[in-house]
Every structure is written in C-alpha cells, then in structure tokens.
Design a protein. Structure first.
Length: 580
C-alpha cells in the first residue's frame, strides 16, 4: 500500500496513477482520496499524473488523536509533494481541501506549483464576521461540535454497555492555527495569492446536526454525485467494448440441450424470430427458430440448435444472444479466400479483411457498438456470390487497431475518418467506386464519410442498418439499460458532450438531409431499443427519392438481417443491382 511517512511518523496513504505533469487532488470532509477516483482516471488517460491522498484521520491514513488542524494538513501535503519529488504541480481542492491548499501556499510557498483550482472550497473564510457578513454564524459551528461530542459519548457508552471498547482513537476536533504568512510579492500566480490571502477559519470536524450545515452538505454531495453519475452513465456508450454484449441484451441461462435443440430462459429476446448467435464464456453456438411444439416448462423457451461453433453449452451456463453467426475470419468461418490487409489511418495502421471479387465497385463493411468486424461475415458470402470485393475494417479502438487518445468512442464523429482511410485504400487498389455498408455507429460513420470525406464522390451508395442518428437518444437508452435513474439521464448526455466533444445537435440530424447525395438503403425497425427507429423514418420522409426504408419488426439493434436473412438479402440485392 503506497504511503508517505510524515515528519511526525503519520502514514499518509495515496494513489498515484499515470505519467506526466502532476495533478494532486485534495478531498473534502468527511471523504478520502477515493472521492477523486473518476478524475484520477480521466487525467491519467489524458496524459497527466493523477495523485490523491487520504488526509490524516481519514480513510487508510493513520488515525490521530491530535494534529488535526490546517497547519498540520498543509505540512502533510508538503511532505507528500517532497516524498514524490513533484514539481510544476496543479493542486485541485474541494470543500475543506481548499483550506488545506490555501494553508499549504501560506506555509510553503508556490515554488513547486504551477496552478491551483478551488472547487466549492472553504477559503477565504467560512465564519460570519464584520468583513464576511454572509458567512456561517459561530453558534452553528458550536452546535456541530457539541453534537459530535454528544454523539461520540453516546456511542462510547453503548460500546461499554456491551463490554466493547473503541478500537480507534477519536480524532481531535480541529483547533485554531496562526494566520499563514503572506506570499511574497513576486508570487507567479495571482490566483494562488488570492487563495492564500486569508486563512480559512478552522471550524471543526463536523457531523451535521443543524439545518444549515445539513443543507450545505447535501448540496455538495448532490453536486459530486451528479458529476460521478453523469460520467458513469455516459460511459455506457463512450466506453463500450468491442465484442461485448450491449446492456440492452438480457443475460440468459441455458436450461438444457438435446439433439438439435436448446432450452433457454424465457424472455422477449429468446422469443424473437430468426437466427442468432448464442455467446457464452468460451463458447459460441447458432440458434434458429423457436420450436413451439416441443414440451418445455413455462419459464423457458426451446429453440433449434443449428450448430455449436466452439466450446460446450451445459445446463446453468450464462449466455446472451448476438447478431454474429460466425466467429473467426472469412477463411475459417466461410471458406472464402481473403487477405489480411493494413489500411493506413489517421492514428496508425487499421487491420482489415479483403475478400476479392471481379467487380470494380467495392463494399466497405463497418461494424458498430458491441461487435467486431466478424459481424460482416453474416453478409460476406452473399456479397462474394455477386462478385463484389469486400473490405471489412477494424477501426480505432478495435482489437488490433490504434486506440483513440482519450480512449473513448465518439459515436462516429471522429471514427468516420477511418472509413475515409478505407475508401482511399480501395481507390488506391483498383476500386472505381465503393458502397459503404454499416451497422449501428458503423452506419453513422459511413454516413459521415459520405457527407464529409474528400473522396465522397467515390461513394456510390449507402446501406445503413440500425443507424445511430441521434446520439443523445442512444446514450440515454444505454444509460437506462444500466439502470440509471430517469432524472439523471440528462447528466449522462451532458457528461458525454463534454468528455467526447460531441455537439448538442451532433447526430440529431446527420449533417442535414440536404447533404445526403447518394442512394441510401435504411434497414431499421421499431423494436430497436438503442437507436430509435423514428429518426430513420424521419430521414426517409425528407428524402423520398433518395432514401429507401425497409422496416423490420421484432429485431433488436443491429440485427435486422437476423430476423429474416432471405428478405434482407433480397432487399439488398435490389438496391445494389442499379449501382453495379
């Protein structure tokens, strides 16, 4: 456990994440360094070194009987900075931590600092006085301290009655400390001079027993919780792992298998028509239609078991449905000759599978949320039979592809440049024109490339399966599936907007219907819980001569083909024929 031993022998626990210029976070009362968990990861991901410590008497640091005052806190902070030999430091402090920051500057100067950030902090002073008429009256703090003493006495008495003894000494209440020395006139940062100009009045280690203190604590807690919840909820879309199930897909249980059939948990998902992959930990199978006439318990569903690709399925196994019928590559899954190609991209080399064909119009296939380029295998045999060359792309964030600098999925707003790189590769290797085929956010990327790319004149058409046309709606849907309370969903949208640089209207109208200039086949349905079908209908209504909408009922996100493969492929054949 990383600790810094201070000059008086107190151990201060700290977290130290990342590399780069240091950012030290100072928590408020009665928290510990874990309050900054999300911020530590964010600064580390952004190329900084994030550090957060537990103040003495808090968390994993040494409990103390005395030395619980701002002078000591400031000296502990100085010991930590010296222990880690930090320079060019940014200090970030919240609430009571602001007093620690200000006192540190007053006692130890700014020689190791670059800047300071005070968030809802106590400086310059909390107590009401002639020169701070809007402060908190002294009697409020006296009530708080009296309440703590009374509460501590009652707890100790209760423990003695059952023969127990407290195992940790109760921390002393903060005591007054002398005014910090002023900064030298040559201090390089005016903000730091302001932060340290007046000492925060030591007001006690509080347990809120008054309405005033309770309200302040509630507001601060709500604000902190809002930020944390917003970041966590936005991560449902911005940090979606390739190849992992979407949160909208239920986890199922295998109840048994027999020749040609499998029994699963009864759910709306297992009652869907069509053919699906069934994935588990270390296993993959393909399940076909529901077998209505097969006897089974009322809480289960029996489907045809088409094949087990790898692994085993036994009773009690956890599994989920996936649109991927195939795993592997075009050769191992379909018996198609292919070449592993490297596509030069903006962030580095993008791996791809290229299946050759006789035509000079290529199909570039782009998968979406929760899948990999294996998703394109569902249609690769159909496209190859029509002599179409196919390039299935792995883009930024996929296994084997470069990671985006911020480690976030931008829902197509930056990833479309990888599709442009694929178009450039195709044209450089003999393609006269391309058709962009995308699912989910891959469809969004294809649409963006057709609108924005310098090579957009090479795009002959678009096939968009379950396109994400409104990122706030999709992000709300994914956060809701992660059980985020409804009133907090707007926080997820705002957090995503700030973290990923998405514009408020970023995907609500994909560049505007007037910018769509190529024939487009939209394949979508009303049962998509991730990308609302209404936005596809709206786009089709606005460009009736250019956009064809094929509606697929009873199909989840990015699984329109699975619901009825023959009908899907017939619609696709009719669309592609004039383009060839």
């Amino acid at each position: 456990m990383p600790v810094c031993t201070t000059r008086d022998g107190t151990d201060i626990f700290y977290k130290d994440w990342g590399q780069g210029r240091p950012v030290v976070f100072i928590h408020g009362w009665p928290l510990n360094g874990d309050a900054w968990q999300d911020q530590l990861k964010a600064v580390a991901d952004a190329g900084f070194r994030g550090i957060a410590h537990d103040r003495r008497g808090h968390g994993r640091s040494t409990p103390v009987w005395d030395g619980y005052d701002f002078d000591t806190f400031a000296d502990d902070l100085n010991d930590l900075i010296n222990h880690l030999d930090l320079t060019d430091v940014t200090l970030v402090a919240h609430s009571m931590g602001g007093g620690e920051l200000a006192r540190y500057i007053g006692r130890h100067g700014t020689g190791r600092l670059r800047s300071a950030v005070l968030l809802s902090a106590v400086p310059p002073v909390m107590v009401k006085s002639d020169d701070n008429p809007e402060g908190v009256p002294d009697e409020v703090f006296e009530q708080i301290k009296s309440g703590i003493r009374s509460w501590s006495w009652r707890v100790g008495t209760s423990l003695r009655r059952v023969g127990a003894r407290p195992t940790r000494p109760r921390p002393a209440l903060p005591r007054s400390a002398p005014r910090p020395s002023p900064l030298p006139p040559s201090s390089p940062d005016p903000a730091l001079r302001l932060a340290a100009a007046r000492r925060p009045r030591d007001t006690g280690s509080v347990r809120t027993v008054s309405a005033t203190a309770g309200a302040v604590t509630a507001v601060l807690a709500a604000g902190t919780a809002s930020v944390v919840v917003g970041r966590l909820a936005s991560g449902a879309a911005l940090k979606m792992s390739a190849g992992r199930p979407l949160p909208t897909e239920p986890r199922l249980t295998v109840h048994g298998t027999a020749a040609g059939r499998i029994t699963l948990t009864r759910d709306l998902a297992t009652l869907r028509p069509g053919v699906y992959g069934l994935a588990g930990d270390g296993s993959h199978a393909v399940v076909g239609p529901v077998l209505e006439d097969t006897p089974h318990p009322a809480d289960t569903v029996v489907r045809r078991l088409e094949r087990v690709t790898h692994g085993t399925l036994t009773a009690g196994d956890a599994a989920w449905l996936t649109p991927n019928l195939y795993v592997g590559n075009p050769r191992t899954a379909l018996g198609l000759d292919h070449t592993d190609v490297d596509v030069p991209g903006e962030l580095g080399v993008l791996p791809g599978w290229f299946v050759p064909g006789a035509r000079d119009t290529w199909v570039i296939a782009v998968h979406g949320l929760g899948t990999t380029r294996e998703h394109a295998l569902n249609l690769m045999g159909f496209l190859h039979a029509r002599r179409l060359p196919v390039l299935a792309l792995a883009y930024r964030g996929d296994p084997g592809a470069p990671r985006p600098p911020d480690r976030l999925n931008h829902l197509g707003e930056t990833e479309w440049r990888d599709v442009e790189a694929a178009i450039r590769y195709a044209v450089g290797n003999g393609a006269r024109r391309v058709v962009l085929l995308g699912w989910s956010t891959g469809a969004t990327m294809a649409l963006r490339a057709a609108e924005r790319s310098r090579l957009r004149d090479r795009v002959a058409g678009l096939v968009l399966d379950s396109p994400v046309l409104n990122w706030p709606a999709t992000l709300r849907a994914l956060a809701r599936a992660r059980h985020t309370p409804e009133p907090l969903l707007p926080l997820a949208v705002r957090a995503a907007q700030g973290r990923a640089g998405l514009h408020a209207d970023g995907l609500a109208e994909p560049g505007g219907p007037d910018r769509l200039q190529v024939p487009t086949l939209l394949v979508h349905g009303p049962d998509d819980r991730v990308a609302p079908w209404e936005y596809s209908r709206r786009l089709a209504r606005r460009r009736p001569g250019l956009v064809t909408l094929h509606t697929v009922p009873d199909a989840p996100h990015a699984a329109m083909w699975n619901a009825d493969p023959e009908e899907y492929e017939e619609r696709l054949r009719r669309f592609l024929t004039p383009l060839l």
